[in-house]
Design a protein around this ligand. Structure first.
Ligand code: DGL
Length: 291
């Protein structure tokens, strides 16, 4: 273990003012972000740019990556345990920066966390964006098997009568390949195979419904020859988080935020490899959540 985790006593009720004396003020509490691996760093990066004052705790569950191939029950169990850990760190908001976990575990995590923190996912902000910008359009979606099979985007689009035709295509190996190779040329043939699928040929825009995919966004833009919009959720999610914190008067308005990045399975080469993809200077540390 490279660093002692910041364990503090029992989770607290975010809206219970009687516990205020022993814990940081509401607005200075961290935002907790989690994903199966490094993919959620695309969202964390956008959030740090948008909200530089915020304290951030990131958890990448690399021990269980990829989530996309796991059962909903397994993803739910991982997500609730991670949410518990983030509550122990007094997070004011928990952001599920993973489409697979947002699809499988958002409702359960929300129920578990209850009023102790705000819980957000990466799907609803994109649905809001589609409503404002893509009515009557043909939209494609790529994501993990879990995200695509859950049909969660289509259900939400239909519930809101958005009048959007959605075609989803699973790109099962992509997240693991990105985790292994980053934006390397090895990804090219995989992308070519997935993106040439007939179902993705008549679309106006493509949703990157896995938080790993913005890492290879330029390759995807290039594949479609800049003819369609590529919907990268990172900034959309960051703006939605900002609005939510603003609305609840929970924005941290003072100082430069602290950032802590943890992964559940650590190797030096993985940590140094990650540095190649992210502009923000980060140090990944081992957090032995499953040991
Ligand atoms: N980045 C995640 C997502 O958004 C998960 C990828 C995976 O672990 O399979 O779906």
């Amino acid at each position: 273990m490279s660093e002692q985790p910041l364990i503090v006593p029992n989770p607290i009720d975010l809206f219970d003012s009687s516990s205020e004396s022993t814990i940081p003020t509401l607005s200075s509490r961290p935002i907790g972000i989690f994903d199966s691996g490094i993919g959620g760093l695309t969202v964390a990066n956008a959030l740090v740019k948008q909200l530089p004052n915020e304290n951030i705790i990131y958890f990448g569950d690399t021990a269980h990556m990829p989530y996309g191939d796991k059962s909903s029950a397994a993803i739910q169990a991982y997500s609730v345990k991670i949410a518990h850990m983030l509550l122990q760190q007094h997070c004011k908001l928990i952001l599920i920066a993973c489409n697979s976990a947002s699809a499988a575990a958002y409702e359960l995590v929300k129920e578990y966390v209850n009023t102790q923190a705000i819980v957000m996912n990466v799907i609803d902000p994109v649905i809001g964006y589609l409503r404002n910008h893509y009515s009557k359009k043909n939209i494609g979606l790529i994501g993990t098997k879990q995200t695509v099979n859950s049909n969660v985007y289509k259900k939400k689009i239909d519930e809101l009568n958005l009048n959007i035709t959605l075609t989803s295509h699973p790109t099962n190996l992509l997240a693991s390949a990105i985790e292994e190779f980053g934006n390397n040329h090895v990804i090219d043939s995989l992308l070519e195979e997935y993106l040439s699928h007939p179902s993705l040929q008549q679309i106006d825009a493509l949703i990157l419904a896995c938080t790993h995919y913005p890492i290879i966004k330029e390759k995807i833009i290039h594949h479609f020859d800049r003819k369609i919009d590529i919907i990268d959720p990172s900034d959309i999610v960051a703006m939605t988080v900002q609005k939510k914190l603003e609305g609840d008067q929970l924005l941290n308005l003072k100082g430069q935020g602290n950032k802590h990045f943890y992964i559940s399975d650590y190797t030096e080469s993985f940590a140094s490899g990650t540095k190649r993809f992210f502009t923000e200077e980060i140090t990944l540390k081992h957090y032995p959540l499953w040991e």
